[in-house]
Design a protein around this ligand. Structure first.
Ligand code: LMR
Length: 395
């Protein structure tokens, strides 16, 4: 068998990060993978996570298996994060602790395949490359809906709605909860409502992938789209990641929240979520999820987390303004959405040839579609990046 396996190309994001590690130039800059960085380029462990981990260390008596969908404490923390004290949404939702947001997406993909081999999954154009991979590798058909141009400028809503108007009953529509990856250009509440209308009319379900809650405008605004869909009665899978907002990247902590118009249907779908999770990874890793659960449910730690999130958010938005100002100062019409966008990413508008030249000639690594991780910029490297862009455009 091995001889006949066709090799796979490197991952479009993590493959470049690996290439960056192997690059021995001292002045290289990694703007590929989405991790939050401090001014010195480090990605710290959050203070609240250190406290939660210490508490776990002091109190944990066993590492026996968790239930397939994780602990009740984790579920409570996630529900409160998304729905506050809304008892109705709590009653018609189910929570599974998953290995990262990708784990949650994979469970949804498996579930769609097992229950209906004909499901088509609609992803935004552009989107995070792993969306296509997760759903297509499961054998599902993937189509895209128009969202933004190659420079990350949002396209008219009419185009998006026209494309989603072609979805069939039972299809899945993947939406970015906030901090759209790769554009940073988000949906407004009224646009979420328009999408809810189309999904209800077509009988399609939503998959809201949300990995940046709290890093856009704050927890409440960053989760508003989810509540708009849920309150409208859209069938909904929310795939949450705690990699960035709790800094738990390598611990692999995420959640799959199933929300339906009624508790009974959710219970049925949740039984299928359990079966899919069991056949993919059996049950979730314990350490990261328990650390997250402590922060999400302990009032003092939760308040401290909001402060840490605000610091990260302000830093990212400050970097956005600095980059926009310096690009304008250099007369460069690049990253048109960087000043108004939210979250870690922005599209530069550079072509893939220009991206390759930046990498080979200057050691500056971007994703091939021209995406930069704004949160890996620093006060020190912004002038270097802008200078490299300017030289590229002059030559
Ligand atoms: C990214 O888009 O860079 C992050 O979500 C990390 C990843 O897994 O690709």
């Amino acid at each position: 068998m091995f001889r006949s396996v066709p090799g796979a190309p490197p991952d479009p994001i993590l493959g470049l990060s690996a290439a960056f590690q192997a690059d021995d130039r001292d002045d290289k800059i990694n703007l590929t993978v989405g991790v939050y960085c401090e001014a010195d380029g480090s990605t710290p462990v959050l203070d609240v996570i250190r406290t939660a981990e210490q508490r776990l260390y002091d109190t944990e008596r066993s590492k026996t298996y968790l239930p397939i969908t994780g602990s009740p404490l984790f579920a409570r923390g996630v529900r409160t994060l998304l729905f506050g004290d809304d008892a109705d949404l709590a009653a018609r939702s189910a929570v599974a602790d998953t290995p990262g947001g990708t784990g949650a997406l994979s469970v949804v993909a498996r579930l769609a395949w097992v229950t209906s081999h004909t499901t088509t999954v609609w992803i935004s154009n552009p989107t995070w490359p792993n969306h296509r991979a997760v759903f297509a590798d499961q054998g599902l058909g993937v189509q895209s809906y128009r969202y933004a141009d190659a420079s990350g400028r949002r396209l008219p809503m009419a185009e998006l709605l026209e494309d989603l108007g072609r979805a069939n009953a039972g299809d899945l529509v993947v939406l970015h909860g906030c901090c759209h990856n790769p554009t940073g250009a988000d949906l407004t509440p009224s646009e979420w409502s328009q999408i809810a209308e189309v999904l209800l009319a077509r009988g399609a379900a939503a998959v809201v992938d949300t990995a940046y809650v709290g890093l856009g405008d704050g927890i409440e605004p960053d989760t508003a789209g989810i509540r708009i869909l849920a309150e409208a009665g859209v069938e909904l899978f929310v795939c949450l990641s705690f990699s960035k907002n709790l800094g738990l990247y390598a611990e692999r902590v995420g959640a799959l929240v199933t929300v339906g118009p009624g508790a009974e249907a959710v219970h049925l779908v949740d039984s299928r979520v359990k079966a899919c999770a069991r056949s993919i990874y059996s049950n979730p890793p314990k350490h990261g999820g328990e650390s997250a659960a402590i922060v999400l449910t302990d009032p003092e730690l939760h308040a401290a987390w909001l402060d840490e999130l605000a610091v990260m958010r302000q830093r990212i938005n400050g970097l956005r303004s600095q980059l926009a100002d310096q690009l304008a100062g250099a007369g460069l019409d690049l990253c048109p959405g960087v000043a108004t966008g939210r979250g870690l990413f922005s599209l530069t508008g550079l072509t893939s040839d220009e991206v390759v030249r930046l990498r080979t000639e200057r050691g500056i690594y971007l994703v091939e579609n021209g995406r930069i991780n704004v949160a890996a910029l620093t006060e020190d490297n912004i002038p270097l990046v802008v200078d490299a862009f300017a030289r590229l455009r002059q030559s």
